[in-house]
Each structure stands twice: as structure tokens, then as C-alpha cells.
Design a binder for this molecule. Structure first.
Ligand code: BGC
Length: 727
């Protein structure tokens, strides 16, 4: 944290004046919501509290801290501002599907300003956990399965929150979380064990955190999980050696809620004192917990050495100094932003439109202007549950999709029948539904997962549509009327049982304050989808965890499995005689995901004149000195419809001293191209993109040799180029 000389000296003076007990209290954030308890903590000199829900209440706490505590140190006021404060943006997973980090930047700017106006100065966001298992409920909070997407989006969100000066009245300190590998919980079950090689940590899970630190993230939150047996809250290697020493992180490391106390349940600490000693010694700077007993705290941490203690306190005070709290801890109550403005709602709308993904379309979408009779059915027809998980409880729900469609389709006859609820156990009235569908020209089936099924402690073992929603889709399909399925969910779902039946599928996630307008406009064609999946849809839950950037294995399969026995006798003919039998696949599944990472359609059609603009031979030395490999494209919109086009660039290192992914995303862009027009696009990547980690002490390296570069709009439409890195 860069502070002026004068501010650094102020921190020094304060540190010298503080007793050991006073210092320890600065290293605590509690989440009790009772006003009197909070005031007592502030008076005692606690370092941080959770937001007490208004500017006035926050000012009062700051007043107590600054005028009634021993040293008058202002408070950090923390809150989970995950995808909005008053204006709710799409869930982060949806934002990632925009393949446009300006969406996260804008979310950070808008929600940071709304939060700070009410006194929040520390947002526990962004979550940048690479997520490869859709069973895990928290996939909705992060930016999907890819390390680069999480890195670029995380850095954008940090910049949105923090701007150029944390002391500005519209910025908050960001918190990159959860450090690290929380998304790799075994079986996708929240809080579960993580056992992972250093190589995989470095090549995937740590990368977004490094990017967030480089972007200046003021804080990092330790994750609940173990990494190879050592809980992160007690993991000196990760918190101190990697984050602080190797990366030079000078901000604050905060624990997750009761993550220190949880060391006891993990079975690595004998009691709370032991847990605290281990955590702070490992590099934690602030403990987050429910209960705080100041006397016990002092006793617990008598053994913490002075140098470590002062380092932690200095980090906390530096952050407060950078936030300008020592100069003015108060916010202007009259300026508290209590509701969204037209401009912020417009920003949320544009983010929502950009985030949806058109998974399938035979031309039924956009809806034809002369569609007369429309049936809108499914639990999301009338539900207003569009804000998503981890949303502020005071945020206002939008209208329903049925309401908005009714308004927008004024010339049409719109019938709304729920058909089934989210969790019904009784089968829907198939004949009634089929009759209603037969009487319509088009059916819109709005299905999904209500938002309480994703988020923290919301892992699912079966990630199909809950209740009888699949039966509803089948009943509609039986009618023979063209139909479109809109899926609102906080995770990729298993849709194998029905996804080949609809004429079109729009994956709408939970798109926030303006979700229904965005969905309606995308259906009607007043908005044009361009999102791409930031996380693939598995064919079966049995494929999970799943990620597009997997290694090839020694026996890659080229076709899916079948249950019927192969005609062979292994004992006589030997195992290698049956093509594609002894290969890496499931006997009861086709290969690959249902919808792959990067998949997404548009109403426009595009041609791409792509070529490798830089030389197909690049010297390792030049790469080390910052030389970039460049792909140039002319993106031509060959339709009359204005649209955005996403271009993706992947690489594969063909022969390396450690097995490499079959494809790894190294660059992407999203470009608006008017109907009939063309736009030049450039994509670049360099040393970092071509490098990988090896545990031999030398860290990241690029090995000379042959690479393949794949570039194009979707994984099934990639052009291939050869690239050689010469020694
Ligand atoms: C979550 C964090 C969150 C914290 C504070 C925890 O349960 O894991 O992501 O920031 O609570 O609300």
C-alpha cells in the first residue's frame, strides 16, 4: 500500500503509542448486528465491523471509535457487495459470460459508490475462485472455470471498486477471495477438502489472485478449505511465503467468517487460542468471527511475536490511512444513495443483456413480429427471483418476465400458465399444458433454479432442473408448437434430458435488477445476444469436476463410450487391438460437455478473416523481454442485424516437460459490429500465456518448441496456426 511519507509517519507514531492489547483489537472484525454491542466494540477499539445498514448508524459507530476509544482510530466497515448494493448487476458468473471485463468494472464503480455513500469502506469482493464443479453452490459468485477470465474480471472489479484513490467518496477497498482453491472442494461440496499439486495451484487457482494483487487489491480473504492438509487459515506457505513475500502483497489478509475457529474442527488446532496463534503466525492480519472476548483474545495471542503483530497492525492502519478515514471517517448522510438511479439501472440492463448466452437457436428467435398467440409458462414466468444469490436483502426485486413480456408484446395475445412450481413433486397437468400450448403460435418456457439454490452452503448433488420442470418441458414438446426455453439459474445445469427438444434455449442466469427487460428484449430481438459460456454445461453430473483446459491423458478418446460389450477377447488379442476402447471416457456418455466453455450464439452472422500477424517463430529471449504474439482479424457482420462478436484465442504447448492442457485461453475480445460493417480486431499474448509452472525451483517457464494457436468465435469454429518458440 503506497502511502505518502507524512501518512506513513502518522501510522508509525500511532503504532508506538498503542499497547499490545490495543493492537490485538485492531486485528478483529465481528459480524454482530446489535447496535449497542457494536458501539461497545467501537469504544473498546476494535479494528473493523460489519455495516450497520445505514449512513447514520455508520457515522455513529465512527464517532464512538474516533472520540471514545483510546486512540480514536476509525473503523473499517465491511460488507459483502458481491454484485450490487442498491442496483443489482448480473451474478458474477453471468458477467463473465459477457467476455467483457468492462461489465465487472462498471459493477464495481456503481456498487462501490452506492456502498461507500452509506459508510461501507471495505467490500468483500471480488470472488475469483476458479470453479470447475457446477455442484458447488458458489460458482455463481465467481467468474467461471477459466483462470484468465477470473484474472481479467477480478482485476477489473478491483479497479472499479478502488478507482485511482481509495480516499475518494465513491470508492471502497476490494477483497479478493477466497485465497485459495476454495472452488476445488472435493465433490463440489462446500467447505470440503482440497488436495492439490503446487503446479495446478500455480497454473490455475493462484493466477487470478496474482492478477488482483497486481491490480492493487487492498485485501485478500483466506478460504475455509485445506490445501493438501493445511487449512489456508493456518497456511504459512500460502499466506506469507507466496502472497506476501513472493508477490509483495502489502495489503490486509482477512480470515473468512469463523475460519480461525474452524481450525479446531479441521483437527489442526486444539482450542481457540491455538487456532489464533497458528493463524496470525501464518500471516493472517484480521480475524473475522462471530464472538469476540477481548480478554480471551489477549490471552490467546500472548505468544504472537511483536514483529508479526506490528506488521499486521501496520497493514490495517495503512489501509485506514489510504481510505482517508483518519482525515474524515464520516459520510454525508444526506447523500446516501438509497435506491438505484435511471443511469445505474441502465448500466445493470446493459450488463444483463451482455451476459445472457444463446445456447441453441434454429431461427425461432428472435420472435417474429407477427407472432400472435404466445403462451408463457414455467415457474420463472411469474417469479421475480432474478437478483441471484448473495444479494442485499434490501434490494428491490424486478417485475416478472410474464409482466414485462405482456407489456412488450402488446399486439399479441399473451397467456400465462405457471404449469409447475420450482419444487413440485406432483407431475404437471400434461394434457392441460399441451392443450394450451397447441392453442399458441409459440411457447416461452421459463424454468430454472431459484436463487437460494446457489451461493454459500448451496451445493447440489443433482444439478438438473428441480421439481417437475423437465416434465413440463416434455409436455410442451409433445404439443408440437415451437417453443423456446429460458433458463434462469446460478450454475450450469445438466440439461441433457431435454435440451435437444426446444427450438431455442436462452441461458439467462440471474441477471439482476433489470433481468426481465433484458430477457424480453433478447427474445424479441431488440437486443442481440453475444455472451459465451464462462463455464461449460456437463452432460451428466458424473463428469464433474470438468474443465475445458484439461490435460490430454495418455489415452485420449476420440469417441464416446457405449454400454454394450466390444467384440474382443482381451486375453487373446491384447488390450491395444480395439480402437478407442482403452481410452479415457465414460462407457455411458458421449465425449465432452453438453455445451462447452466458450459456446454462445448470436442473431447476426459473422465472417472472420483471421491470421497470425506476428512471425510464426518467436525467440524465447524476446518473449521474456515482453514481445507479444499477435492475431489480427477483420470481423465482418454479414447480416443486417447489429451485433457483438467475441473472439477467443487458445494455445496448446505440443511437447513440454510436464503435461499441458489440450487448450488454454490466452486472449479474448468482444467487438460491436454494425450490420453489414466490418471491424478490425487485434489479440495479443506473450510470455505469461505460454508459460507453465514446474516445481523445480525455477518457477514459470516457456519451453522452446512447437505450439498451436487456435482462434475464432467459438470452440467449434476455431482456426489453427502453428507457432514455434525458438531458444
Ligand atoms: C463467506 C465470505 C463472506 C463472509 C462474510 C463467509 O461465510 O464465505 O465470502 O465474505 O462470510 O459475510
Amino acid at each position: 500500500m503506497n502511502l505518502t511519507q507524512e501518512r506513513t509517519e502518522r501510522v508509525d507514531v500511532l503504532l508506538q503509542a498503542m499497547s499490545r492489547d490495543e493492537k490485538l483489537l485492531q486485528l478483529q472484525v465481528t459480524f454482530r448486528m446489535d447496535a449497542e454491542e457494536n458501539a461497545a466494540f467501537a469504544r473498546a477499539g476494535i479494528g473493523a465491523l460489519f455495516w450497520p445498514m445505514s449512513a447514520a448508524a455508520t457515522n455513529e459507530l465512527q464517532r464512538v471509535a474516533c472520540t471514545e476509544s483510546a486512540h480514536g482510530i476509525p473503523l473499517l466497515i465491511g460488507l459483502d457487495v458481491i454484485h450490487g448494493q442498491r442496483t443489482i448487476f448480473p451474478i458474477p458468473l453471468a458477467q463473465a459470460c459477457a467476455f467483457d471485463p468492462s461489465v465487472a468494472l462498471l459493477d464495481g464503480q456503481v456498487s462501490g459508490a452506492e456502498a461507500r455513500s452509506g459508510g461501507v469502506n471495505w467490500a468483500f469482493s471480488p470472488m475469483i475462485d476458479v470453479s470447475r464443479d457446477a455442484r458447488w453452490g458458489r460458482v455463481c459468485e465467481g467468474f467461471g472455470e477459466d483462470a484468465l477470465l477470473n484474472s481479467v474480471y477480478g482485476a477489473a472489479k478491483v479497479r472499479g471498486f478502488q478507482g485511482t484513490a481509495l480516499s475518494s467518496t465513491s470508492q471502497v477497498a476490494a477483497c479478493a477471495k477466497h485465497f485459495v482453491a476454495y472452488g476445488a472442494a472435493e465433490g463440489g461440496r462446500d467447505y470440503n477438502t482440497v488436495d492439490m499439486s503446487e503446479r495446478r495451484l500455480r497454473d490455475a487457482f493462484l493466477k487470478p489472485f496474482h492478477a488482483a494483487v497486481e491490480a492493487g487489491a487492498a485485501s485478500v480473504m483466506a478460504s475455509f478449505n485445506t490445501v493438501s492438509g493445511v487449512p489456508v487459515h493456518a497456511n504459512r506457505h500460502l499466506l506469507t511465503e507466496v502472497l506476501k513475500a513472493e508477490w509483495g502483497f502489502s495489503g490486509v489478509v482477512v480470515g473468512d467468517a469463523d475460519g480461525v475457529a474452524n481450525l479446531i474442527a479441521h483437527g489442526v488446532a486444539s482450542d481457540r487460542g491455538d487456532a489464533r496463534r497458528q493463524s496470525f503466525a501464518a500471516g493472517l492480519d484480521i480475524e473475522m468471527g462471530m464472538d469476540l472476548d477481548a480478554a480471551a483474545l489477549v490471552e490467546d495471542l500472548t505468544a504472537l511475536d511483536d514483529e508479526r503483530l506490528d506488521d499486521a497492525v501496520r497493514r490495517v492502519l495503512n489501509l485506514k490511512m489510504a481510505l482517508g478515514l483518519f482525515d474524515n471517517p464520516y459520510v454525508d448522510e444526506a447523500s446516501e444513495l438509497l435506491e438505484p438511479s435511471d443511469a445505474t439501472l441502465e448500466a445493470a440492463y446493459s450488463a444483463a443483456v451482455r451476459s445472457a448466452v444463446l445456447l441453441r437457436n434454429d431461427g425461432t428467435l428472435p420472435l417474429r413480429a407477427d407472432t400472435r398467440r404466445v403462451l408463457v409458462t414455467g415457474p420463472y414466468a411469474e417469479s421475480t427471483d432474478h437478483l441471484g444469490a448473495w444479494v442485499q436483502r434490501w434490494a428491490e426485486a424486478p417485475a416478472s418476465l410474464a409482466d414485462v413480456l405482456g407489456r412488450k408484446l402488446q399486439g399479441a395475445d399473451v397467456t400465462v400458465i405457471a404449469g409447475t412450481g420450482f419444487f413440485d413433486s406432483a407431475a404437471p397437468d400434461s394434457s392441460g399444458i399441451a392443450a394450451a400450448a397447441s392453442a399458441a403460435d409459440l411457447v416461452i418456457v421459463a424454468v430454472g433454479e431459484p436463487s437460494n439454490l446457489s451461493g454459500e452452503a448451496a451445493s447440489r448433488a443433482d444439478i438438473r432442473l428441480p421439481g417437475q420442470q423437465e416434465a413440463l418441458i416434455h409436455a410442451i414438446a409433445e404439443s408440437g408448437t415451437p417453443f423456446v426455453v429460458v433458463v434462469c439459474s446460478g450454475r450450469p445445469l445438466v440439461v441433457a434430458d431435454w435440451c435437444h427438444k426446444p427450438n431455442a434455449i436462452l441461458q439467462a442466469w440471474h441477471l439482476g435488477s433489470r433481468a426481465p427487460e433484458a430477457i424480453a428484449d433478447l427474445l424479441l430481438g431488440t437486443a442481440n445476444p453475444a455472451g459465451r459460456l464462462a463455464m461449460g454445461f456437463p452432460r451428466s453430473v458424473g463428469q464433474l469436476p470438468m474443465h475445458y483446459d484439461h490435460e490430454n491423458t495418455g489415452r485420449p478418446a476420440s469417441s464416446g463410450g457405449r454400454l454394450s460389450p466390444d467384440s474382443m477377447d482381451v486375453t487373446i488379442d491384447g488390450p491395444a487391438n480395439v480402437a478407442d476402447h482403452y481410452t479415457s471416457k465414460y462407457r455411458d456418455l458421449q465425449l465432452g460437455p453438453e455445451f462447452e466453455f466458450g459456446h454462445g450464439l448470436s442473431y447476426s452472422t459473422f465472417e472472420h478473416d483471421l491470421h497470425l500477424a506476428s512471425s510464426d517463430r518467436v525467440r524465447l529471449e524476446d518473449l521474456k523481454n515482453g514481445e507479444q504474439v499477435r492475431i489480427d482479424a477483420i470481423v465482418r457482420n454479414t447480416s443486417a442485424t447489429d451485433g457483438d462478436e467475441v473472439l477467443l484465442v487458445f494455445i496448446r504447448d505440443l511437447v513440454a516437460s510436464a503435461a499441458q492442457p489440450v487448450r488454454r485461453l490466452v486472449a479474448f475480445t468482444r467487438t460491436a459490429v454494425a450490420g453489414g460493417a466490418a471491424q478490425p480486431v487485434q489479440l495479443e499474448f506473450g510470455f505469461d500465456a505460454l508459460s507453465f509452472w514446474k516445481d523445480d525451483g525455477a518457477g514459470f517457464r516457456v519451453e522452446p518448441g512447437e505450439f498451436r494457436v487456435f482462434a475464432g468465435p467459438r470452440p467449434d469454429a476455431l482456426q489453427e496456426f502453428a507457432l514455434t518458440v525458438v531458444a
